[in-house]
Design a protein around this ligand. Structure first.
Ligand code: FBP
Length: 333
């Protein structure tokens, strides 16, 4: 059999491009292509496989429920929140490429290695309210290149960088299947996890978010404290018989809208005048992924990636999804 016949054989269906190979094949795209970012992406993928395994069997190994502690935002931490935070922080520290990690579950940044070249901002487990009820949850990550000299102490200038400075970002969706979706600024690609082989395979190359959609995702239970403009936009959606879909897990709502077209909005509300979601480890990453797939992300007025952060856990209103829908929704603001 020659290589063409091997490749074309129907008996052994090709299994697709493994994440490792994809990272290697695309490494040269990257400005600082010396393998460190590739290793970082592998470290995140490995930690996500461990977290995936624990999420899947949480109910069997007493990992369900609250930890009895709360994070700096006052949110009650779930056991899996704490576990996922340890898994990712440990993998990033062991990998040696990270100099600091910012996490939703940790009040202050964690300096891990002054010789690391990258800063990682992470929401280890997004959609905490859905953990115990077996609804899709996710992990969200942003990667920045440090600004200070390698070997010196990490400083605020390394951490408080605009989203437009991200060198890579993505999310993991722990759903009916587990997927890793990320960008390094050369389009957005999706990989599906084959737990039998313990490997992610390219399943959604060069993802494109439809410029228009008919799905809107917002917690209308908070409608009493929405601005008139938001209410006006929602009225338009209903007049057009759009479909309301709100899972309550940002990653899951975002992923659906990325595939089918739609908009996710978490606006400023009376309870959360700056919105609920965190700029550094929830919004910046999804804004980068969305833009690389042809979508748009704003805070209702400004491009999310142009916002200069002033604190680790700062919140922002978030409008993300199909370009024409976000433009319309933002225009009303
Ligand atoms: P966590 O990262 O703490 O889970 O918070 C974010 C989040 O759960 C999003 O995943 C979700 O879209 C939103 O908050 C749900 O908020 P609400 O329950 O107020 O609608």
């Amino acid at each position: 059999m020659n290589s063409r016949q091997v490749e074309a054989s129907k008996i052994a269906q090709p299994i697709g491009t493994a994440l490792d190979r994809f990272i290697k094949n695309n490494q040269d795209q990257f400005q600082y292509a010396s393998g460190e970012l590739s290793q970082l992406l592998r470290d995140i993928a490995l930690a996500s496989k461990v977290v995936n395994r624990e999420v899947n069997k949480a109910g069997l190994i007493d990992l369900a429920g609250a930890q009895g502690t709360s994070n700096m935002a006052g949110d009650q931490q779930q056991k899996l929140d704490v576990l996922a935070n340890i898994r990712f922080t440990r993998a990033l520290a062991k990998g040696g490429e990270a100099c600091a990690v910012i996490s939703e579950e940790t009040d202050a940044r964690v300096d891990v290695n002054n010789y690391g070249k990258y800063v990682i901002a992470i929401d280890p487990l997004d959609g905490s309210s859905n953990i115990d009820v077996n609804v899709s949850i996710g992990t969200i990550f942003s990667i920045y290149r440090r600004k200070t000299k390698v070997g010196s102490d990490v400083g605020d200038e390394d951490i408080l960088q605009k989203g437009s400075k991200q060198v890579a970002a993505g999310y993991v969706l722990y759903g009916s299947s587990t997927m890793l979706v990320y960008t390094t600024g050369f389009g957005t690609n999706g990989f599906t996890y084959d737990s039998g082989l313990g490997e992610y395979f390219l399943s959604h190359p060069q993802m494109k978010m439809p410029t228009d959609g008919s799905i809107y995702s917002i917690n209308e239970g908070l409608a009493h404290s929405f601005s008139d403009d938001i209410r006006h936009y929602l009225e338009n959606c209903k007049k057009r018989n759009y479909t309301a879909r709100y899972i309550g897990s940002l990653v899951a709502d975002f992923h659906r809208n990325m595939l089918k077209g739609g908009i996710y909005i978490y606006p400023a509300t009376a309870k959360s005048p700056n919105g609920k979601l965190r700029l550094m480890y929830e919004c910046n990453a999804l804004a980068f992924v969305a833009e690389q797939a042809g979508g748009i992300a704003t805070d209702g007025k400004r491009r999310i990636l142009e916002i200069t952060p002033t604190s680790l856990h700062e919140r922002t209103p978030f409008y993300v999804g199909s370009a024409n829908m976000v433009v319309e929704a933002s225009k009303t603001q």
